[in-house]
Design a binder for this molecule. Structure first.
Ligand SMILES: Cc1cc2nc3c(=O)[nH]c(=O)nc-3n(C[C@H](O)[C@H](O)[C@H](O)COP(=O)(O)O)c2cc1C
Length: 350
């Protein structure tokens, strides 16, 4: 299985499966003399892990990070950093059915066609458990970015068809679904409870903003900043679409409407989403990610077994009802990882 690494200068390689010993990440390219302690990981890791909300998987993981290499006396040494997160609460019994049957909407069918043999327990490598390693790597990326004073923030813009009507960033952490609109947050929670009762699942849209990112990050052709950001976000399970700035709406505008006029004080609007020609323009970077509904549902569905014979599958086991709140810190981490990579490239090459 190739393709487990991401980034050019700040390069991460994640490993591990949902029901194996644990998941983790090896980070190559982190500069020396950056302070890093276990406490640095606590906030982001606890925002990602299932939090006991009615819509989270009942799986309980502490998600404590172990630093296995690359840090000495509280400072990075410039050698590979290995971060490991042990799996402590994996229950593989309900997944035995997946030895035979493929879950509609999940990765089982395509993994079987690709590899013939794979760890299906709890989604294996396709499980959101892998995203714990990304969040841990994102913490290190955030440390590298500190001199830039750029702020990365993500929130739930839409969930189950309910949209945030206003954006107050101060409300995000008070909302169980990380929604910046208190009224919409309550409506989203109600929609989730309804989906739980109906054994179904929901999707949504996450918006990401980077403020304080200076102009000049990114490369002009294959490694355009938006190309790397889109890949980073699309590489997270359940993400099915990415928009930057005006995104798909730009296709419906005229040039006179879509161009951001440039004034001596900066851009008069931001339909570009903070990136022009693959390089940050100093304006706020704005992205949106479309997140599909959780595939594992308690409603009986058509599927086939490994021999292609028709079957019906109704899932038990421990699942999220919606990926959106838990994906918010994961996407923030992926953005930091891309920015750290491009920041180090800029420092190395000018
Ligand atoms: C934070 C997060 C939590 C998720 N939780 C679950 C879950 O509990 N059950 C499930 O079937 N899928 C879950 N998913 C979605 C699957 O990981 C994803 O749909 C699957 O890997 C197939 O990949 P694809 O949807 O990108 O095609 C979750 C995804 C994320 C990002």
């Amino acid at each position: 299985m190739a393709g487990n690494s991401f980034g050019k200068v700040f390069k991460i390689t994640t490993f591990g499966e949902s029901h194996g010993d644990g998941v983790g990440v090896v980070i190559d390219g982190c500069p020396p003399r950056i302070s890093l302690s276990l406490e640095d990981f606590v906030r982001d890791m606890s925002r990602r892990r299932p939090g006991g909300r009615s819509f989270d998987t009942p799986r309980r993981e502490e998600d404590g990070v172990q630093i296995l290499s690359g840090v000495f006396e509280g400072l990075t040494t410039g050698t590979p950093i290995t971060l490991f997160i042990q799996n402590r609460d994996a229950d593989s019994r309900p997944y035995e059915i997946l030895r035979r049957l493929f879950r509609p909407g999940h990765a089982d069918y395509s993994y079987y066609k690709r590899y013939g043999h794979f760890d299906f327990r709890g989604g294996g490598r396709a499980s959101a458990r892998e995203t714990a390693a990304r969040v841990a790597a994102g913490v290190v990326a955030g440390k590298i970015l500190e001199p830039l004073e750029a702020k990365v923030v993500a929130y739930t813009l839409e969930l189950g068809g309910i949209k945030a009507a206003s954006i107050n960033l101060d409300l995000i952490d008070n909302s169980p679904v990380y929604c910046p609109d208190a009224i919409a947050s309550e409506q989203m929670e109600e929609a989730i409870l309804k989906a739980v009762k109906e054994n179904d699942s929901l999707g949504g849209i996450v918006e990401l903003r980077v403020t304080g990112c200076p102009a000049g990050l990114g490369e002009p052709v294959f490694d355009k900043l938006e190309a790397d950001l889109a890949k980073a976000v699309m590489s997270v399970g359940a993400v099915k679409g990415v928009e930057i700035g005006a995104g798909f709406e730009a296709a419906r505008l005229r040039g006179s409407q879509n161009n951001d006029p440039i004034t001596p004080d900066g851009f008069a609007s931001n339909r570009a989403g903070g990136i022009l020609g693959g390089i940050s323009n100093g304006d706020e970077i704005v992205m949106r990610a479309a997140v599909k509904p959780i595939p594992s549902i308690g409603i009986e569905q058509d599927t086939v077994d490994r021999e292609g014979r028709p079957a019906r599958l109704k899932l038990t086991g421990r699942h999220d009802v919606v990926a959106v709140p838990r994906i918010v810190p994961v996407l923030e981490a992926m953005i930091r990882i891309v920015l750290a990579d491009h920041y180090l490239r800029l420092k190395a090459m000018g």
